[in-house]
Design a protein around this ligand. Structure first.
Ligand SMILES: NC(=O)c1ccc[n+]([C@@H]2O[C@H](COP(=O)([O-])OP(=O)(O)OC[C@H]3O[C@@H](n4cnc5c(N)ncnc54)[C@H](O)[C@@H]3O)[C@@H](O)[C@H]2O)c1
Length: 312
């Protein structure tokens, strides 16, 4: 069985290849059962363990296990640990044990870029990233794999985090800058991508330019939201999977406020990748892509890493 350390795994998942691998995974499809969630109690310690399986017709089966233990902070440990195990779906034999955090953060940024490849204007050059954490910190390079960006602004509620992120991106050759004021950066942007833990909306509709693309990564529970409900009025909306309609506060708030209706959803990433529906159709249209993630993306990323390890 292969094992890859964090740096090796990052090298095995470059964004141009990872975005292609995810597109292929959406075209091929996979079995993705509902994730399991278990409360793990041991003495006075309590955590949540999420199990996310997926398997495909090509012979791959993988399970991501995400353990969230809020008490770890007091112990000086990360609150979240995650592993991905890839198996041969025909025999059950283990093939690779991978860092689940790297798989999650890279496949999430890659899925956002895959969405933008259909939905952002082809001539989009200006990106704003809101939230400079594990996922947001990868959105700049991921989007740069699908559009010729000449300006990447990054804003975080923690200004040091945006400075560090912009510095890292500049060092890797990207035209990045940290901004202290979000509004002017969003007003100028062709693509706005949010990857925060916000529970109150950050993005206001009047900031979004005609023809802009709004990418929403963060909100995965009804209590979380990154965009005001009115952002959805007069926008065309796509999701990664329909699960977003049940989980995301962004969509649920917009529906509750009467600013958007679920039956106005244009479609999902599978339909876009299979060419069953159209992406952006003109330069003035405002587009929105809301993602909550799927184990199909984890499987697509893990397969790419495994093939890289096997063929090395
Ligand atoms: N859609 C998906 O497939 C998917 C996958 C993984 C993570 N996520 C979600 O993406 C979000 C980011 O994940 P992460 O791993 O990067 O988290 P993280 O904790 O590493 O980073 C979050 C960043 O957002 C910033 N932030 C928090 N609240 C903010 C606010 N109100 N305004 C601006 N910045 C704020 C923090 O300072 C931090 O820098 C989370 O909500 C996570 O659940 C989504």
């Amino acid at each position: 069985m292969f094992r890859a350390d964090t740096d090796t795994l990052v090298r095995l998942l470059p964004f141009p290849e990872l975005i292609k691998a995810l597109a292929a995974a959406f075209v091929a499809g996979a079995n993705v059962p509902l994730r399991h969630s278990h409360i793990i109690e041991s003495g006075t310690d309590t955590g949540t363990s999420l199990l996310m399986p997926a398997w495909d017709a090509e012979g791959y089966y993988g399970v991501k296990i995400v353990n969230i233990f809020p008490g770890n902070r007091a112990k000086g440990l990360p609150g979240l640990h995650s592993t991905y195990t890839l198996f041969d779906a025909r025999t059950g034999a283990p093939l690779a044990l991978l860092d689940g955090d790297v798989i999650t953060s890279r496949r999430t940024a890659a899925a956002a870029a895959l969405g933008a490849s259909y939905l952002a204007r082809p001539d989009a050059t200006r990106l704003v990233v809101v939230g400079a954490g594990r996922v947001g910190g990868l959105v700049g390079p991921a989007m740069a794999a699908v559009r010729e960006l000449d300006d990447i602004a990054v804003w975080d509620i923690d200004p040091d985090a945006s400075q560090r992120c912009a510095q890292r991106w500049r060092e890797s050759g990207l035209p990045a800058r940290a901004v202290e004021q979000l509004e002017p950066a969003v007003r100028e942007a062709d693509i706005v991508s949010c990857a925060t833990l916000a529970s109150q909306p950050i993005i206001k509709p009047e900031w979004l330019a005609a023809g802009s693309h709004l990418d929403l990564i963060g909100s995965f529970t009804p209590a979380m939201a990154e965009a005001e409900p009115a952002c959805f009025a007069q926008a065309d909306v796509w999701v990664d999977t329909e699960e977003a309609l049940m989980k995301s506060g962004d969509l649920l708030n917009a529906i509750a406020a009467g600013r958007w209706r679920a039956d106005a959803l244009i479609g999902n990433l599978t339909q876009l990748c299979r060419g069953q529906i159209k992406g952006r159709s003109n330069d003035q249209q405002r587009t929105i892509f809301k993602a909550v993630g799927t184990a199909l993306e984890d499987l697509g990323a893990a397969k790419l890493a495994y093939l890289g390890l096997k063929n090395a």
